[in-house]
Design a protein around this ligand. Sequence first.
Ligand SMILES: C[S@@+](CC[C@H](N)C(=O)[O-])C[C@H]1O[C@@H](n2cnc3c(N)ncnc32)[C@H](O)[C@@H]1O
Length: 243
Amino acid sequence: MRIDVLTLFPKMFEGPMGESILGKAQEKGQLEIKLSNFRDYSANKHHTVDDYPYGGGAGMLLKVQPIYDNLEAIKKASPDTKKRIVLLDPAGAPFNQKMAEDFSQEEHLVFICGHYEGYDERIRSLVTDEVSIGDYVLTGGELGAMVMIDATVRLLPEVLGNELSAKTDSHSTGLLEHPQYTRPAVFNDMEVPEVLKNGNHKLIETWQLKEALRRTWQRRPDMLEKMELTAEMEELLEEIKQE
Ligand SMILES: C[S@@+](CC[C@H](N)C(=O)[O-])C[C@H]1O[C@@H](n2cnc3c(N)ncnc32)[C@H](O)[C@@H]1O
């Protein structure tokens, strides 16, 4: 996968993009991340990228020209890749696991990180997606782009050591993940549930499903409402409600 990021602050990416799963994916050649500072593409002799809004109002807006030219340079450098161009914006579609899964199927993602008060509206005509990482306002799009890149890249084949772990993660299944334990079997009087120690895989699977349902029902009932439950899930949920 190839990822381009258009940002005024490329240095913000240095630590997070070089460590852990993202760092390893690049080392193994599964991922190439290219950062470009769209200030370098400003046609203005002072390299300005922002200007006052027409009609007045607080703050400065990002101009369309530097971002347009930066995108053109990316298209010229890699004319053969199909690009998904994502504008970071609090008014965009909410980012979620399903979107991360969709992004992980793409060959070339381009993220545009905004700053200041926002964008000249015409920048929106240059992109395929407008995405928000949550209902709050950040200073710039950089942290949001890093969140999306991390959630996407860990889903690429063979990037995670144990591929199964991404498939059973919270949100991948539509449920929150069930509780998990590691050694010791008893810590400060807190015991690992007996069923997990008896080696009966069928019983363990049922327990895990039930506890995932319990956790989702208790913490995120909205997720259950969106899910089509199997007969087994309906039955387990009924048991949970009676308990
Ligand atoms: C200070 S914000 C601008 C907010 C804008 N005035 C508004 O009300 O929508 C500057 C930039 O940070 C990024 N940003 C802020 N919050 C974000 C969020 N929740 N999701 C994605 N990007 C965000 C966007 O790129 C945005 O253009």
